[in-house]
Ligand binder design. Structure first.
Ligand code: ADP
Ligand code: MG
Length: 615
C-alpha cells in the first residue's frame, strides 16, 4: 500500500495551532493534546483527576455543573443529575423506550423525535447536554494552556451510526468547537499505541475496548506508520454498567428488595448503583467486598459468575471481528486493552486466554483513547507527520429497492473516504420521478434498518420502463458522513443531497440553540455573580454581629446603634436578592466599621501587651 505523507495532504490548516483531542465517553470524558511531541492529558486543578465524569447537574436555579461535583449529587438529586447522555445521542424516543426505565431522570415521549430530557420545567436534547460536557473540557484545557482553543477531534464508538456521529459533531459546534474529525475510539487507541513506535513496525492489532456503556473490538494493521482498519464490531449496550446491574439484581434477589420501591425511590436506585460499582472496583483488587455498614457483601465466586456471561458476549464479538477480517487469533500480534472495565482481572484473563497471549495494558486504559484523539489532532495540525489513518465505515449504506429490499451500495467495513456508484432504472413506463430512500444497516429488509433520509430525482424525461439509466452515487467522507447523488445519465438530470440524519438537528435549530445557550450563558453568569455576592455578604454580616458582641465596651452606644442599622440594611438587601443593593450595603457597612475595627484592634493589642507585662 502506498504511503501518503499527511503533512503534504493538508495545506489548509495553519501549523502550530493546538488542536485538542477529546474522548467524549458515556461514563467519563477526557481532553488531551500533544505538547511538543508528548501526549498530555489535562488534569483538574484541585483534584488532579484526568477523568471528567460525563455527568451534568442542573441546580435549582438551572445553573449547570459538570463532572465530579455533578456525580456526587446523583443520590441527593437523581432527577436533576443527567448521566449516560451518550446513549441517547442521535436516538428517537422509540429507540430508548426500554432503556428509559433504568434512568433516574425523565425522558419525554415525543414520537419519532429526537429524545429530550426533562429537568424541572425545561427540556434538553442530548446534543445540548453533550455540549455542556464539551464546554467544560474546552474551559479546562483553555485554563491549562492560557489560550483559547477552537478546533477539536472527538472520538465515538466504532459502532456509532450516521445520526450519532452527526449529533456528536453538532454538540461540538454548540460548544464552540470546530470538529475537524470524528474518530473511531479503537482507531484512536491504536494510534496512541503506534505513536512513538512508528519506525518499521508491522503488526496486526486487536483493540478491545470495554467501557461503561459500550463495547468495541477492532482489528487493525499497522505497517510503517500506516494504520489500516481491517474490521470492527461491537455492541452499544454492553459495558461496566451491565456488570453493575448484574450485581444490583443479585442483591435485590438476595435481600428480597421490593422492585416497586426501587422504581418509586430513584435515590435508592442510585445509591444501589454506586454501591454496586464500588463493589465491582474493589473486587478488581481484592477477593471479597463488604460495605462499611456491613449491609452489602459480594464474594469473588459470585462476582465471577455474574460477570462471566457479559465477558463471553465480548468474546463472541471478537470472534466475529476476526472472521470479518479473515484472520485467526494467532494472526494477532498485539491486543490493546482500552476502557475502565478492562481493569477487571477476569476480563484481562479471558481476553488473554482467547487470543492465546497476554493482552497489552501498558498505556492507562482510561487515557488511551484521549491520547489517540490528541495524536490525530496533532496530525491534522501538521505537527506530527508520517502517519496515515485508513478508517472504515461500521455499518452498510444502501437504498431501498422494489419490495422494500435493502440494496447495499457501500458495504460495512469499507474504507473511508469512499465513493461508490450503482446504476438503476425505472419500473413503470413514462415514470417521471424516482424516490431514493437511504438506509443504514445490515438487514435484508429496509424496515429493519435505519432510515437516514430520502429525496426525489425529478423530471426524468418520459421513457419506457427499464430504459432510463440512473446512477446513484454514495460519497462518504472521512468522518463517515454521507452525500448521495442521483443522476439520470441520458438526460443529465441530477440531484444531490447531504444526508442529514433523521434525528439530527437542522441549521436553524442549531442557530436557535446557540443563541439560547448564549442567552443562558449571560443569565448563568448573573446568577453566579449574585450567589457570590450573597455568600460574601453573609460572611460580612456574621463578622459584623460578632464584632458588636465582642467589642461592647469599646464602642459607644451610638456606634452600636449605627452598626446594628447597617447590619439590618445588609440583611434586608440579601433578602431582596438585588446584587447592586447587596454590594452597596456591604460597602456602607465596611466603610463604617473599618475605623471602628482599627480602634478595637489597637485596644486589643494594647490589652494583650499590658497583659504580657503583668505576667
Ligand atoms: P466510557 O468509555 O464508557 O466513558 P470508561 O472507559 O471510563 O467508560 O470506563 C468506565 C467503566 O469502567 C465504568 O463502568 C467503571 O465502573 C469501570 N471501572 C473503572 N475502574 C474500574 C476498576 N478498577 N474495576 C472495574 N471496573 C472499573
Ligand atoms: Mg471510552
Amino acid at each position: 500500500m502506498a504511503k501518503i505523507p499527511i503533512n503534504m495532504q493538508s495545506g489548509e490548516i495553519e501549523k502550530k495551532e493546538i488542536i485538542i483531542g477529546i474522548d467524549l465517553g458515556t461514563t467519563n470524558s477526557l481532553v488531551a493534546y500533544i505538547d511538543n511531541g508528548i501526549p498530555a492529558i489535562v488534569k483538574d486543578n484541585n483534584s488532579q483527576n484526568t477523568l471528567v465524569p460525563s455527568v451534568i447537574l442542573f441546580g435549582e436555579e438551572d445553573q449547570i455543573v459538570v463532572g465530579d461535583l455533578a456525580k456526587s449529587q446523583i443520590i441527593l438529586r437523581p432527577e436533576r443529575t443527567i448521566y449516560s447522555v451518550k446513549r441517547l445521542m442521535g436516538k428517537s424516543y422509540n429507540d430508548v423506550e426500554n432503556y428509559e426505565k433504568l434512568l433516574s431522570y425523565d425522558i419525554i415521549d415525543q414520537e419519532n423525535e429526537l429524545v429530550k430530557v426533562k429537568v424541572g420545567n425545561r427540556f434538553y436534547n442530548p446534543i445540548e447536554l453533550s455540549s455542556e460536557i464539551l464546554k467544560y473540557l474546552k474551559t479546562r484545557i483553555e485554563k491549562h494552556l492560557g489560550e483559547s482553543v477552537s478546533k477539536a477531534v472527538i472520538t465515538v464508538p466504532a459502532y456509532f451510526n450516521d445520526s450519532q456521529r452527526q449529533a456528536t459533531r453538532d454538540a461540538g459546534k454548540l460548544a464552540g468547537l470546530d470538529v475537524l474529525r470524528i474518530l473511531n475510539e479503537p482507531t484512536a487507541a491504536s494510534l496512541a499505541y503506534g505513536f512513538g513506535t512508528k519506525e518499521d513496525k508491522k503488526e496486526t492489532i486487536a483493540v478491545y475496548d470495554l467501557g461503561g456503556g459500550t463495547f468495541d473490538i477492532s482489528i487493525l494493521k499497522l505497517d510503517h506508520g500506516v494504520f489500516d482498519v481491517l474490521s470492527t464490531d461491537g455492541d452499544t449496550f454492553l459495558g461496566g454498567d451491565d456488570v453493575d446491574r448484574a450485581i444490583i439484581d443479585h442483591w435485590i434477589k438476595e435481600k428480597g428488595i421490593d422492585l416497586s420501591r426501587l422504581e418509586e425511590d430513584k435515590s435508592l436506585g442510585q445509591a444501589l448503583r454506586l454501591r454496586a460499582e464500588q463493589a465491582k472496583k474493589a473486587l478488581s483488587a481484592q477477593n471479597e467486598y463488604r460495605s462499611d455498614d456491613g449491609e452489602y457483601a459480594l464474594s469473588h465466586e459470585i462476582f465471577h459468575a455474574l460477570v462471566q456471561p457479559i465477558i463471553q458476549r465480548t468474546i463472541d464479538k471478537c470472534q466475529s471481528a476476526l472472521n470479518e477480517a479473515e484472520l485467526k487469533t494467532e494472526d494477532i500480534d498485539k491486543i490493546i486493552l482500552v476502557g475502565g472495565s478492562t481493569r477487571m482481572p477476569l476480563v484481562k484473563k479471558t481476553v488473554s486466554d482467547f487470543f492465546g497471549q497476554k493482552a497489552y495494558d501498558d498505556i492507562n486504559p482510561d487515557e488511551v483513547v484521549a491520547i489517540g484523539a490528541a495524536v490525530q489532532a496533532d496530525i491534522l495540525s501538521g505537527n506530527t507527520t508520517g502517519y496515515l489513518l485508513l478508517d472504515v465505515t461500521p455499518l452498510s449504506l444502501g437504498i431501498e429497492t422494489m419490495g422494500g429490499l435493502m440494496d447495499t451500495i457501500i458495504p460495512r467495513n469499507s474504507k473511508v473516504p469512499a465513493s461508490v456508484g450503482r446504476s438503476y432504472t425505472t419500473s413503470v413506463d413514462g415514470q417521471k420521478n424516482l424516490k431514493v430512500s437511504v438506509y443504514q444497516g445490515e438487514r435484508e429488509l429496509v424496515e429493519n434498518n435505519r432510515k437516514l433520509g430520502e429525496f426525489i430525482l425529478k423530471d426524468i424525461p418520459p421513457m419506457p420502463a427499464g430504459i432510463p439509466k440512473i446512477e446513484v452515487r454514495f460519497i462518504l467522507d472521512a468522518d463517515g458522513i454521507l452525500r448521495v447523488r442521483a443522476k439520470e445519465e441520458r438526460s443529465g438530470k441530477e440531484t444531490e443531497v447531504v444526508i442529514k440524519s433523521q434525528y439530527g438537528i437542522s441549521e436553524e435549530e442549531m442557530g436557535k440553540m446557540l443563541l439560547d445557550s448564549l442567552k443562558h450563558a449571560d443569565a448563568d453568569m448573573k446568577k453566579k455573580a449574585l450567589l457570590e455576592s450573597i455568600n460574601e455578604a453573609q460572611s460580612i454580616l456574621r463578622a459584623g454581629e460578632k464584632f458588636v458582641i465582642q467589642n461592647k465596651e469599646i464602642l459607644s452606644e451610638e456606634e452600636i446603634e449605627k452598626l446594628n442599622q447597617h447590619i439590618l440594611s445588609l440583611s434586608s438587601a440579601i433578602e431582596s436578592k438585588d446584587r447592586n443593593q447587596i454590594e452597596s450595603e456591604m460597602k456602607s457597612l465596611n466603610d463604617y466599621s473599618t475605623p471602628l475595627a482599627e480602634r478595637a484592634m489597637d485596644h486589643n493589642i494594647k490589652k494583650a501587651l499590658s497583659g504580657k507585662k503583668l505576667a
